[in-house]
Design a binder for this molecule. Structure first.
Ligand code: THU
Length: 136
């Protein structure tokens, strides 16, 4: 396994442990690799007003963007479950904003992995910058 991916998986696992999920008890960790080689992680952060809960993928994106990074190559999503966890529709849209062809790697507790390109997860995404998207 590529070293960077191994590191991303480890970061996503650590992030999942930090998830604030007292309502769903479903802990998710995400880790993002930027084109410049930096890594950012995120976990889901729930709220008593359930609809205000924030997904792990979006936390990772917000941390990276607010640190000045907007070019992303890989996102790993880890859950401590037997099943792999594909990202929700909202997260697909938020992640695809920055790279509609980002490699999404799903990892479960057994260490099984499935890599899916975002163009398979989100077909024909909505975007106002069609044709002028970020170059990779
Ligand atoms: N969740 C994520 O963090 N990412 C997803 O892609 C789907 C759902 C979180 C939201 C909530 O805290 C918990 O998982 C159960 O829906």
């Amino acid at each position: 396994m590529e070293k960077e991916i191994q590191e991303l998986v480890q970061m996503a696992k650590v992030a999942a442990e930090k998830a604030y999920a007292p309502y769903s008890k479903f802990k998710i960790g995400a880790a993002l690799l930027t084109s410049s080689g930096k890594m950012y992680s995120g976990c889901n952060v729930e709220n008593a007003s359930y609809g205000l809960s924030i997904c792990a993928e979006q936390v990772a994106i917000v941390k990276a963007v607010s640190s000045g990074e907007i070019k992303f190559k890989i996102m790993v999503i880890f859950t401590d479950t037997a099943d792999l966890t594909p990202p929700c529709g909202a997260c697909r849209q938020v992640v695809a904003e920055f790279n509609p062809r980002i490699e999404m790697i799903l990892v479960n507790k057994k260490g099984e992995m499935k890599a899916l390109n975002m163009d398979k997860l989100l077909v024909e995404p909505f975007g106002l910058n069609r044709g002028r998207s970020l170059k990779y």
